[in-house]
Ligand binder design. Sequence first.
Ligand SMILES: [Zn+2]
Length: 81
Amino acid sequence: MVQAEDGRRNGIMFYVKETVSDSMDVTIEINDENVFCRCPRCGDEVQVDLQEILKEGDLFGTAVLCENCSLRLMGGYDIDE
Ligand SMILES: [Zn+2]
């Protein structure tokens, strides 16, 4: 298998595949706008930049804090207040 130099030329790079029934499965393209995780501190939905994650580690060993929690962690204040 030869890895494409730039997968974007082919349209879809990576996608999620979920089997709905024996005769049907759904594929959803993963892009830079439709990947989310839950903030491990407050449970908020956080939009994830996969490129950043892959640069720093891996999907399963990385948790992404929401904006509030990362600000709180770095600066000790809460932007909600
Ligand atoms: Zn949070």
